[in-house]
Design a protein around this ligand. Structure first.
Ligand code: MG
Length: 375
């Protein structure tokens, strides 16, 4: 057992290991090595130019998938540290969780899923796994990044039953309704905490959300009152930031305390006990969870479906749909490494290569590729 870690933390000496055997690292832990491989991957750098909510060129201060992933990792690491869990593993999963995301955020992903309907569909979590297992071509001895089992388990947050059946050991938990390790559970919730809070910030900055609207949310209103009471004359920009940092603090503290309580009550003694538990053990208290979900719904209603965003959504859908159709009609429009792989496959295989190519694009690359098609 690694020193200082809780007994139910992921421990590399008990890991299910890597698909391809490799000599162990000299100065780092195995999970630190995973994190470092993710940071050096091409897919990670591309996150810089992929939409989180706002398209990359809409403004330099908005979150991109890269800064989102860094914020998820910050929250994840804090929680892992507080609970004596494996911090480098949590960090690795957080940094990799969106590697499979298409350009243009959810609009891009839903459209690509539509295009792939007759060819096995497109799931961005599964695509993140494809990126680290297959698509990154960096090492002489194996495809992908050859990450540890627990890192891959964490990256595959959701998966359809049909796809789970084809994934062997990694897919089994979706068929048997079992849980992933605690580090993966943390990454999952850290993602939701990060986007709720940074979308409030970006939405307010963009002028799509007002203070009055935000004050209908209990999570926001409680902190608003407290900050206003302490600093009656604070200007709006600092007010919002002061509220957001307190909202994150409130939710994270609650998450740590509630998870501690659940871990004690469940009596788990190992990562396999955690996997066998009836429900995830990393969780917020009921009250805070209700407020967190309410804020999520509010953002869904007022930000993600704002008329200004919908216009971008429609344009993104058209770009992805038309790129897919063009490559299906002429695979030679793709670079040779994709065209060759597409030529070697059957109809489903060809569609999958096109989806891999489009999913890997940044927003601006997709826009340029689309412009090139229409001349
Ligand atoms: Mg995310």
């Amino acid at each position: 057992m690694s020193e200082g870690l809780a007994p139910y933390a992921a421990d590399e000496s008990l890991s299910r290991g890597r698909l391809y055997k490799e000599p162990g690292p000299t100065f780092r832990s195995e999970y630190q090595r995973d994190r470092d491989r993710i940071i050096h991957s091409t897919a990670f750098r591309r996150l810089m130019y992929k939409t989180q909510v706002f398209v990359n060129h809409e403004g330099d201060l908005y979150r991109t998938r890269l800064t989102h992933s860094l914020e998820v990792s910050q929250i994840g690491r804090s929680v892992a540290y507080a609970l004596k869990l494996n911090e480098p593993l949590t960090e690795a999963v957080c940094l990799a969780h969106d590697l499979g995301h298409t350009p243009f955020g959810h609009a891009g992903q839903d459209t690509l899923n539509d295009c792939m309907r007759d060819h096995g569909g497109f799931e961005h979590n599964l695509q993140s796994l494809r990126v680290v297992d297959d698509l990154e071509a960096k090492y002489a001895d194996f495809p992908g990044l050859n990450l540890m089992f627990e890192t891959r388990e964490g990256i595959l947050k959701h998966c359809s039953k049909r796809n789970a059946r084809e994934l062997g050991e990694l897919g089994r938990r979706f068929l048997e309704r079992r849980q992933p390790g605690l580090e993966a559970q943390i990454a999952n919730i850290a993602d939701a905490i990060a986007y709720n809070n940074h979308d409030v910030d970006d939405g307010f900055r963009a002028g799509l959300l007002t203070l009055e609207q935000l004050r209908t949310q209990e999570l926001f209103e409680q902190q608003y009152r407290e900050v206003r009471g302490l600093y009656p004359d604070l200007e709006d920009r600092r007010l919002i930031y002061e509220i957001i940092r307190r909202m994150i603090g409130t939710v994270v503290s609650d998450l740590v305390e509630e998870t501690r309580r659940k871990l004690r009550a469940s009596g788990v003694r190992s990562i396999d006990d955690v996997r066998d538990a009836d429900e995830p053990l990393v969780a917020m208290s009921e009250g805070i969870y209700a407020q967190h979900i309410s804020l999520k719904r509010f953002l869904n209603e007022h930000l993600y479906t704002h008329e200004q965003k919908l216009e971008m959504t429609r344009r993104a859908q058209a770009i992805v749909r038309e790129l897919f159709a063009a490559y299906r009609d002429d695979i030679g429009l793709m670079p040779p490494e994709f065209a060759d792989r597409a030529a070697a496959g059957d109809e489903d295989g060809r569609a999958r290569v096109i989806a891999d190519y489009i999913a890997g694009m940044t927003d601006r690359f997709a826009i340029k590729a689309h412009e090139a098609l229409s001349g």
